[in-house]
Write a protein that binds this ligand. Sequence first.
Ligand SMILES: *Cc1c(COP(=O)(O)O)cnc(C)c1O
Length: 406
Amino acid sequence: MAVTEGVPGLAREATVPAALGGTPAFPEGLPLTRVQVPDREELARRFEAILDSGQLTNGATVRELEETAAALLDVPHVVAVSSCTSGLMLALQALGVAKHRVVMPSFTFSATAHAAHWAGGEPVFAEITPDTLTLDPASASAAIDAARFPPERQARALMATHVYGTPCDVEELQAAADERGVPLLYDAAHAFGSRRGGVPVGGFGAAEVFSLSPTKVVVAAEGGLVATRDAALAEQIRLGRGYGNPGDYDCVFPGLNARMSELHAALALVSLRTLPERVAHRGELAAAFAARIAGLPGVRLPALAEGDTSTWKDLTLIVDPSLFGCDVPKLADALRAEGIDSRRYFHPAVHTQKAYTREGDAPRLPVTEEMAERVLTVPLWSHMDEATVLRVADAVVRIREHAAKL
Ligand SMILES: *Cc1c(COP(=O)(O)O)cnc(C)c1O
């Protein structure tokens, strides 16, 4: 600082955060995500064929998507649905959670809990592990044990989220679920393309449910995919996405309309084609960002186990305010001054949201509550270049240097 102070122009621009009068890193603005428009020619060809066929929903393109996804995920069954939320609802319904508790993390997107509610279940929240931000197997086990009484409402399912694409501790969670005789379901909304060791996320637990909405890594505009090794469960979900109607209008249970349209399936198929390259590139961007902030006190990224692959659906900073020099809202304001968009994924934690608190309830998940205060997601998309992600990292470094003055 002493060297550059007093040197007008460039030096000041390079060292002072925009919030304190420096030049913004992105005067034109940097949004949180940008959807990559897939190969439009192939898309147009597919749309034409669908329109010519006259079959607009649940036809050959949906079947092609299911087969393509099953091959990529190395699972025998994939059922395409209208959203991840509807896929989770149908999977939970099929697992029989109605009138029973469902143990899950609170550090997740609200839809994880909403799905349990709509399936007639009661969400019960457990803690995350602070280094990975994924469900803590010990806390999950304790929550299932505590939810054993009354027996008529005991936990009927364990649900975990691969947060930002970071694979959960699937071995420990499976052991916890097996020991207690409850099925394990994954909210894999962020994780199409993630791998545990070399194994694709998609084949773990009783089922894994992916989202294809526009902020995710594989996009269909709207849509979801349920992946499972269980033929009977896949069949239940197929029935459930079409009202529970086996074909003769004599519905066997109250299902939903959770079908995927042919047009959405075409989008997803085109999006899947470039997935490996996109996941690899996102990993390189995250690694470049991590290297640039390495050693900077008070900020880190979620830990990825050795040998695992994350989609890096989100690039999320974990900020320790006492070491960083300011809290997350101040950092978000300073980034906004640089032109950098950010979001607090996931804040507030689900168990503290209005939908899930009753009057007089005290918050009771200290790790989750603290982590929810500490996270801030910064921009990352599949066709971003490395210079851009490094400019974001440099802005974080600059803001930290001057944090006390913000
Ligand atoms: C986006 C998201 C969902 C919901 O996905 P939809 O396809 O929009 O229903 C569920 N869980 C998580 C963790 C998500 O991020």
